[in-house]
Design a protein around this ligand. Structure first.
Ligand code: SAM
Length: 226
């Protein structure tokens, strides 16, 4: 375990080709293109692709699902997918497709936050656990990231590495909207009452005002070689 950049995990050289699947607004596409890679961004959402394309006109973009990429067999040197797999009911067709488009010895890098690892400091840790379950209920596969290593090994990837990047947030304002969404989701799922949710949110806001807000969110980066 330790710090490792995306480029180190991909083991790519300038001029190599890398696809970013579920590229969203194209942050990673821009970074990879700046690192002199030939970059392809893929996302199922045309609006996301429009934003990503405007940001990095030099990259190639496709609107397509992760399990049916408009790319030739063994045509890319690297494959990256960040914060995609918690949205997939079944990750296996996406991994099969990744393997198809990656050249032999090409590297895959999956990045994701496992919602089961989220730490939020509170005077009421039990209530906090339930609010976090509310947050999880909003994703199809909120704990997908802990399965990345299995997924790659099962698909025949080797040289599989797991590293963790941990984000520490002490500014309540940065997460206030997500906390409110999580608490509301817990209410919607009948896990807690609205009064519980409001009390919990008030405590978090108070922590923010007193400079005592603390959230710790590890992100897994799991890479492997085809
Ligand atoms: C949470 S965003 C992450 C965006 C970006 N990778 C990042 O890390 O900031 C997930 C993205 O995956 C896209 N997406 C969701 N399901 C997809 C699928 N089955 N195939 C391709 N893209 C998908 C969404 O449209 C969205 O842009």
């Amino acid at each position: 375990m330790g710090e490792q950049t995306l480029l180190e995990a991909l083991r790519l050289a300038p001029g190599d080709t890398c696809v970013d699947v579920g590229c969203g607004d194209g942050t990673a596409v821009a970074d990879l293109t700046d690192a002199h890679l030939k970059t392809i961004g893929v996302d199922s959402d045309p609006a996301a692709i429009a934003i990503a394309r405007a940001r990095t006109p030099d990259a190639v973009f496709h609107v397509a699902p992760s399990d049916d990429l408009p790319l030739e067999d063994e045509s890319v040197d690297g494959y990256h997918a960040a914060r995609l797999f918690h949205l997939l009911a079944d990750p296996r067709p996406t991994i099969t497709e990744a393997r198809r488009v990656l050249r032999p010895a090409g590297r895959i890098v999956l990045v994701g936050q496992d919602y089961g690892f989220l730490l939020l400091h509170s005077d009421d840790p039990d209530l906090t656990d339930v609010v976090e379950l509310g947050l999880e209920s909003r994703s199809v596969a909120p704990r997908a990231a802990r399965g990345f290593r299995d997924l790659l090994l099962d698909a025949g990837f080797h040289d599989v590495e797991v590293v963790v990047h941990t984000e520490v947030v002490t500014d309540h304002r940065r997460l206030a909207d997500q906390l409110a969404e999580a608490a509301t989701a817990a209410v919607d799922k009948a896990l807690i009452t609205r009064a519980d949710a409001d009390g919990w949110l008030a405590e978090q806001a108070d922590r923010g005002r007193r400079g005592r807000f603390l959230a710790v969110a590890p992100t897994l980066q799991v890479s492997g070689t085809r």
